[in-house]
Design a protein around this ligand. Structure first.
Ligand SMILES: C[S@@+](CC[C@H](N)C(=O)[O-])C[C@H]1O[C@@H](n2cnc3c(N)ncnc32)[C@H](O)[C@@H]1O
Length: 201
């Protein structure tokens, strides 16, 4: 059943991605504002599964300092907050297409800068780029999205991408082609396996 709903989900977002980029952005913004009409629609703050994923993700980060970090597709900033606690010296930016999600994120993490933007419009250079559970919304524009994320990497920067396994193989394939895969951890002892992939520029 989960596979059928995943298929419907992917088909919906693939169809949206066939619109012009401008319309895709408008539709995604409306959709995700509607999706966030009630707080924490994916239970990111309370689900033990999500907490474990966040903890494993933090553990996967290299032991080096990052001056600037961007978390793309941050929703209400649950993981962004954890990052801010783990890396108190970093300047952290959380980005999401939904302003509704960000209004809550700002309340919970006043020290983080939260920015409403479509991933495709992002510019700048960061030492660490995080993208978790977001690429499957971009449908046929996955390659453009991956290029945009790679373009945010400054010199010697790190990209951290976390997505369901084995779908992560497909979702991360453009990173595989243009960056150096430094480490990949697949967590399989759960009913929703996921991969944490770490790339260096
Ligand atoms: C499932 S949530 C992931 C939240 C968080 N990264 C995590 O792993 O817990 C996906 C988020 O991606 C955002 N999103 C989807 N398409 C986007 C786009 N084109 N640009 C920016 N954010 C987008 C959605 O609004 C949503 O909040």
């Amino acid at each position: 059943m989960a596979q059928f709903s995943d298929l419907l989900h992917r088909t919906l977002f693939r169809t949206i991605s066939l619109l012009t980029p401008h319309r895709q952005s408008l539709v995604l913004r409306r959709y995700f504002d509607w999706w966030h009409r009630s707080p924490d629609p994916w239970l990111l703050a309370t689900s033990p599964y999500e907490q474990r994923k966040y903890e494993e993700t933090l553990k996967a980060l290299p032991d080096r300092s990052y001056r600037t970090i961007i978390d793309v597709g941050c929703s209400e900033g649950v993981f962004t907050r954890m990052l801010a606690n783990a890396r108190p010296d970093a300047e952290i930016t959380g980005v999401d297409i939904s302003e509704t999600a960000l209004t809550r994120a700002r309340r919970h993490a006043p020290s983080v800068r939260f920015l409403q933007a479509d991933l495709f419009s992002l510019t700048g250079r960061y030492d660490l780029v995080v993208c978790s559970e977001t690429l499957y919304y971009l449908g046929s524009r996955l390659e453009d999205a991956s290029e945009r994320l790679c373009g945010l990497l400054g010199p010697e920067a790190t990209l951290l991408s976390v997505h369901p396994w084995p779908e992560a193989r497909r979702l991360h394939r453009f990173f595989d082609a243009s960056l150096e895969l430094a480490a990949e951890q697949v967590v399989e002892d759960t009913d929703r396996p996921f991969a944490i992939s770490l790339y260096f520029r």
